[in-house]
Design a protein around this ligand. Sequence first.
Ligand code: KG4
Ligand code: ZN
Length: 360
Amino acid sequence: MKILGIESSCDETAASVVEDGRVLLSNVVHSQIDIHTVYGGVVPEVAARSHIEMINPVIDRALTDASLTWDDIDAIAVTYAPGLIGSLLVGTLAARTLALTKNKPLYPVHHVEGHVYANFITEQRNGLSLQLPSEQPKFPMLALIVSGGHSQLVLFHDHGNFELLGQTQDDAVGEAFDKVAKILGLSYPGGPSIAKAAENGNPKAYHLPKAHMQGAYDFSFSGLKTAVLRAVQAEVGVDTDFPSHELAGRLNDAQRADFAASFQNIAVETLVDKAEKAFQDYAPASVVIAGGVAASAELRRQLSARLPIKIEYAPMSLCTDNAAMIATLGYYYAQKMQPTSPFDVEVIPSLSMTKTAWAK
Ligand code: KG4
Ligand code: ZN
């Protein structure tokens, strides 16, 4: 069964074809990062306008790259939640129109749950050469989902059957990377730029606090972000009234690298502490990480060092937003669910994956 996936929830316009929920046939991602970098973050109206321009060419390209025509496509899967409303509308409208005109079943899927399914892609064709896991994860599967909007630990008993063990009580970890990057004068998105700066830094240079939470698997990252701000102010010798956008100009490269390394180390350690606790308590058959922050080499290093299980990681390009993960998840929805009428698909900007139609 070949599924065309469409993703446009934030600032990537993406389309992909995946066969049987495991074989990647094409993967097209048009990133808007260049457009948003000048603003230091995603501007919703600008994102929606760019999606409108790119959605049709990106979908056409996904079919061409897969050497397929519409006759070969069995169903369409599209992200309907969560995300920026204008961005979600472009992808879902394209998917609804195509489902009607090409007469294909349509499966609206959840973006965050989709991130987890990047880990189910184990084969590829058509000249793609990603470093893929050697086998699919097994259930029960512990998923650490870490992105710009989410930080959560989810235990999957099966496809569509999962429980939320814990989540962030304030900022998402990716959001913390982005905000700390801004404080340090590093470019957007913060994850990769902090990782790069941290290469030359000492992770023990600054003492930053770890949040202690009520819930055993819950996270908090807003205190850490503030701690970095206070430490930078102290380091450059200004008080809290000093404009924070001018702080970075007072840091030299060595200080910037040390702050990046110290922050990255604690943020990752916090994630791994909770994942380790969940691993001990639930003894899952596999552990996966998902979402943009799963691209972090430091997270992979610490997780593999501390968890007594072999962890296979999805390639970096399938960790950040893409449509291959959406097409893959769409396949499993199609095994268990009736398609949704194209007239009934609505976008939901804010929705927990535990509230999806198929979540048990
Ligand atoms: O999943 P994603 O592409 O978009 C959302 O659905 O949020 O995640 C984007 C987030 C950004 O906050 C970005 O800073 C972070 O993922 N990120 C990273 C890395 N690459 C991207 N964080 C840490 N280390 C990285 N290498
Ligand atoms: Zn995402």
